[in-house]
Design a protein around this ligand. Structure first.
Ligand SMILES: [Zn+2]
Length: 122
């Protein structure tokens, strides 16, 4: 189900698997405590504890909230990548790579800001 309040840009990312321009996302340099939720359905996807600065141009996390994200192999654009989607609504979030921080999970969740909303910690 698509949330009617999404902007055309958000809709394009979440349901047409578009990618926002690097370094354009509003959550790239946010370092506040809180949770990142799906812009479409509001499911909690990531917490600020797992956000880190990967310098890749998109908000990056080394782990998701348990069971919040589904993974599928994406062979588009001549690459083999792991696509991350919202487990609740199926919206496209971004991709997961294996070049994340070695001291934690080794994963880099490269996520579009347009697919997320932020709820600051109280
Ligand atoms: Zn969702």
């Amino acid at each position: 189900m698509q949330n009617p309040q999404l902007s055309p840009e958000q809709r394009n990312v979440l349901f047409n698997k578009a990618t926002e321009a690097p370094f354009s996302g509003k959550f790239l340099n946010v370092h506040k405590n809180g949770t990142y939720v799906c812009a479409n359905c509001g499911a909690t996807l990531f917490t600020s504890d797992h956000k880190y600065d990967s310098h890749c141009g998109w908000p990056s996390f080394d782990d998701s909230v348990t069971s919040a994200v589904n993974y599928t192999v994406d062979t588009s654009h001549g690459m083999i990548r792991t696509e991350a989607t919202c487990a609740t609504c199926g919206g496209h979030l971004g991709h997961v790579f294996n070049d994340g921080p070695k001291r934690t999970t080794g994963k880099r969740y490269c996520i579009n800001s347009l697919a997320l909303d932020f709820t600051p910690a109280p």
